[in-house]
Design a protein around this ligand. Structure first.
Ligand SMILES: *Cc1c(COP(=O)(O)O)cnc(C)c1O
Length: 431
């Protein structure tokens, strides 16, 4: 075919099949199909059937971009795959609140204006033992708000061993700088002592900040004061201690610090994510003393960082499960996946292999989300032909697998029981 033989956009969308599509959609798809056809003709290739091609492009345009996928990577809190899948109870709360009006900022008892921040505060007080709590969009926003409200234009003291980059270029020192606080670094990468904090306190000091090391550990010759010791330094100088816990667990998991322990050790404010080990929606939770939380609530940035009703509904649905820790462990998918015995993961791998062939292999899964970086979770998967990994990304739903050497591995720790059939169907369509 030659360039001058190509139809015009108008001619193409008037064809019988494309005439049945909504006009605007057909025109947009036809333009794209013709642009690509021109490139191919210029490169000496045949552009193929233009009507079929336009139809395929229109179908792609009409499909949502953000979709569910099957996580076969074995990384439970995979940031690129949306971190924590929600518990059914959390989805129910979000659906209920999303599909109708709600009392988001309406006080039903007083019959007048209320605050969106009141819905979760008492639940968070009950679960963490904090005097008060505030929810924002994510933990980065929580840290930013805390430092802006407590330390803008003044100094905050942080250990050099905690000046971390968490992922996607998110660096703690940059967030500190954005808040308008001046960073005073103490100690060294591997060793910081309580007296280093003590020596750095001056008239300009507004707070001491502790940051969970998240996705790395310094091993070997290391020293880090306990949170209680740092809190002691803060208390002696009348300074607030802000503890950025990262994941922030409400129930014990590995050596991840508990929110209630941090508060009990003397933190004035503790910040953590809603969608890491907590297993809820993306959110940042800041809890601590009533006086400090009130400062955050009144800060102008709070208005820019406040969560929407869907987040609050899903977070409340998740947190209510924690009233019964056993129920939380059963019903919150992230907690269930993290705690599932390897035998039961292996049984799921065997079921998957019985449907699609392949060999059941030992794997090691991970918590992800910056939690427990050194902690491998023994797991099991199904090893398949190498070319499948790339093809599975185009299945419906897409399956994200591990590429191990020249094999494709589907780790079954992060595949739910009711996803086994879906994953098998995806593999069949790719063969
Ligand atoms: C993950 C993490 C953050 C950022 O939390 P988001 O909820 O992703 O914004 C901040 N600090 C620490 C220590 C973390 O691990």
């Amino acid at each position: 075919m030659e360039l001058r033989e190509l139809p015009s956009v108008d001619e193409l969308v008037r064809s019988e099949v494309l005439g049945r599509l909504p006009h605007e959609a057909a025109v947009a798809a036809a333009r794209e199909a013709l642009a690509r056809a021109r490139e191919e003709i210029n490169a000496g290739h045949d552009p193929g059937d233009l009507v079929e091609r336009t139809l395929a492009i229109a179908a792609r345009h009409a499909a949502p971009s953000l979709r569910r996928v099957i996580n076969a990577t074995g990384v439970v809190l995979h940031t690129n795959l949306g971190r924590a899948p929600l518990a059914a109870a959390a989805v129910d709360r979000a659906r209920d609140v999303a599909s109708a009006y709600s009392n988001l900022e309406y006080d039903l008892r007083a019959g007048g204006r209320g605050s969106r921040h009141d819905h979760l505060a008492s639940l968070l007080r009950r679960l963490t033992g904090a005097e008060d709590a505030l929810v924002v969009n994510n933990n980065a926003a929580g840290v930013l708000l805390a430092l802006s409200a407590l330390a803008e234009g003044r100094e905050v003291i942080v250990s050099r061993g905690e000046l971390i980059e968490i992922g996607d270029g998110f660096r703690i020192p940059d967030v500190l700088a954005r808040s308008g606080a001046r960073l005073v670094e103490v100690g060294t990468t591997n060793k910081t002592r309580a007296r280093d904090y003590e020596a750095a306190v001056g008239p300009e000091t507004a707070a001491i900040v502790r940051v969970h090391q998240s996705n790395f550990r310094v091993v070997g010759f290391t020293e880090r004061p306990s949170l209680r010791e740092v809190a002691g330094v803060a208390a002696r100088h009348g300074l607030p201690l802000v503890d950025d816990l990262g994941s922030g667990s409400l129930v014990s998991f590995g050596d991840e610090p508990l929110v209630c322990d941090s508060l009990a050790a003397g933190s004035g404010l503790v910040t953590f994510s809603g969608d890491k080990l907590l297993g809820g929606p993306q959110a940042g939770i800041v809890c601590g003393s009533a006086e400090l939380v009130a400062l955050l609530r009144r800060h102008p940035l709070q208005r820019a960082l406040r969560p929407d009703k869907l987040t609050l509904a899903a977070l409340e649905g998740t947190l209510l499960l924690y009233d019964e820790p056993e129920r939380a462990a059963r019903e919150i998918p992230a907690l269930r996946m993290l705690r599932e015995p390897v035998e039961s993961v292996r049984a799921r791998a065997q079921k998957l292999a019985s449907l699609i062939g392949g060999e059941v292999v030992e794997t090691s899964a991970r918590a992800g989300g910056g939690a427990l970086p050194l902690h491998d979770l023994p797991s099991a998967g199904v090893e398949l032909e190498p070319e499948l990994a790339a093809l599975l990304l185009h299945a419906a739903p897409p399956v994200v697998a591990i590429v191990r050497g020249d094999r494709t591995v589907l780790d079954c720790r992060t595949i739910a029981d009711d996803e086994v059939e879906l994953a098998a169907a995806a593999v069949r369509t790719c063969r």
